[in-house]
Design a binder for this molecule. Structure first.
Ligand code: UDX
Length: 479
């Protein structure tokens, strides 16, 4: 193990162990947190990495930056890989989480024992480590507790989402969930216990059964309850009421230390290689003129939606930067197509006004002066990154927490609007025009800029995020 800045009694500094769920939207905040804990607490960080994405990890800059990685579950790599590819629009993300817990539990126990045994060697025994674990990995949290390792839970979604998950048993008891039918009149019913959410916002995904959803939420909530604290990538100005509900409801210490991407020292968090040429293209565009279109690392669309999106963007008057991830278009058979072909005539129709890349440096894109709007699936990272750079959104959520995030964007923060129903070119064209060219969009941009300023204040001395980081560092030292 590498040495730190020396703890009490001349011992090496406390080692912080971390275990993210192996998906980009969960790896990103965990790596950013690693950076924050190293810079602000001087901790020595070791990251457990489930044996998926091995090729991407091998070339990831975090290893070169001095972080130590320990691979977990090489023996079950094939089973883990089978769990991952079912990603897509209707992926049963809750089922995937439960399966990952099953597969990783025993290998993690072996890996953790090995890491603990290393620490026991030599005279300068370090302070015992603690584990920061993704809130979905309840199995790992239990293993750590059993081996005497204190845990902290990282919740990678927003606070509003967890409050909604906490309410699910009550909503089932009251007969609000599941809805009697998938009729739009049922789905649009307000959930009066959780304004401004509607029944449709609580349905997780079309392929997740209620039993799986409930088991997944129990896993998250128990993992948080049994930890010494829960860490959120959010900040008080946007979610203080929900953060308080969590602290009270789960009797747990809550640390809102976001936006993490604004306080981490810039450690690269993306597993895919980012095409930075789009930044040069953005340099040539007018201020706040460009629509950035990206649906994160898991969401997908079918061939028809691809066609409508292409023509919706081509027919709109706005310049656009569109991320089409490899394998993100689902063909009729349900399989995902690696190479995506855009419709004939699209290139000519958009020459000079549009750019398509397979993966963008999203945080740099959103902070670029040329970007004036974001068409997003509302993964929590994307939502927070957009708010904290003052970029208003058109929202097309697909599964899990994305519907809840989108609803908050539209109704609570009022920094964007939902694009619901069948995806059609005329609707897209009108939405892009509203967001970029009309007064309604400008008002949303003004509100987003207000939150951008508040986010900046929260990370300065005296700000809520800065204070929460200090308290978190003290907690980790005291565990
Ligand atoms: C999801 C969501 O967080 C959540 O809805 C769900 O619980 C599971 O994970 P993802 O769909 O990838 O993650 O979305 P998001 O949370 O927005 O994270 C995507 C990350 O990838 C962002 O940090 C974004 O900056 C980055 N990204 C995205 C890029 O670096 N380049 C891109 O082109 C697109």
């Amino acid at each position: 193990a590498s040495s730190g800045d020396g703890g009490a009694g001349g011992r090496r500094s406390r080692r912080v162990l971390m275990f993210p769920l192996p998906f980009q939207g969960h790896i990103t905040p965990m790596l950013q947190l690693a950076d924050v804990l190293r810079c602000h607490g001087g901790f020595d960080v070791t990251i457990f990495q489930a044996a998926v994405n091995d090729a991407e990890w091998a070339r990831h800059p975090a290893a070169a930056a001095g972080y130590r990685f320990v691979t977990v579950g090489a023996g079950v790599a094939a089973a883990l890989a089978e769990t991952v590819p079912s990603k897509g629009t209707n992926s049963d993300f809750a089922g995937i989480i439960l399966r990952m817990n099953e597969l990783l539990r025993a290998p993690f126990e072996d890996s953790l024992r090995e890491v603990l045994a290393e620490d026991a060697v030599g005279d300068d025994t370090p302070a015992p480590p603690c584990l920061v674990v993704d809130s979905t990995l309840r199995g790992m949290q239990e293993v750590a507790s059993r081996l005497g390792v204190p845990t902290l839970s990282l919740r990678t979604g927003g606070a509003a989402c967890l409050v909604a998950y906490m309410a699910v048993p009550e909503l089932i008891d009251k007969g609000v969930l599941p809805p009697p039918s998938r009729d739009p009149s049922q789905l649009d019913m307000p959930v009066t216990e959780l304004p401004p959410l509607r029944v449709r916002d609580m349905l997780f995904s079309a392929t997740t059964t209620q039993a799986t959803m409930v088991a997944c939420f129990e896993c998250i909530i128990e993992s948080i309850r049994c930890s010494s604290g829960v860490i959120f990538n959010t900040f008080d100005d946007i979610e203080s009421a929900d953060l308080q509900k969590i602290a009270g409801g789960l009797s747990v210490a809550v640390y809102a230390i976001g936006p993490l991407h604004k306080i981490s020292a810039g450690l690269e968090s993306s597993l895919l290689t980012q095409d930075r040429s789009c930044l040069e293209w953005l340099d040539k565009q007018e201020a706040e003129s460009v629509l950035y279109v990206s649906f994160g690392s898991l969401a997908s669309m079918d061939a028809d939606e691809l066609l409508e999106t292409a023509w919706g963007l081509a027919n709109s008057p706005v310049p656009f930067l569109w991320v089409i991830r490899p394998n993100s278009v689902v063909q009729g058979s349900g399989s995902q197509q690696g190479q995506v072909s855009l419709p004939d005539g699209f290139e000519d129709a958009t020459r000079g006004r549009g750019m398509v890349v397979s993966w963008a440096p999203q945080q740099d894109v959103l902070r670029h002066r040329a970007v004036g709007g974001f068409w997003t699936h509302n993964g929590w990272n994307s939502t927070l990154e957009s708010i904290c750079d003052g970029v208003p959104m058109m929202c097309r959520p697909q599964f899990a927490d994305q519907m809840i995030n989108a609803r908050y964007v539209e109704e609570v923060w009022k920094v964007g609007f939902l694009l619901e129903g069948k995806l059609e070119r005329g609707v897209i064209q009108a939405a892009a025009t509203k967001l970029l060219c009309m007064e309604e969009g400008k008002e949303m941009r003004r509100r987003a800029k207000h939150f951008k300023d508040r986010a900046a204040v929260s990370t300065e001395n005296g700000g809520s995020t800065k204070a929460a980081i200090s308290m978190l560092v003290e907690l980790i030292k005291s565990l």
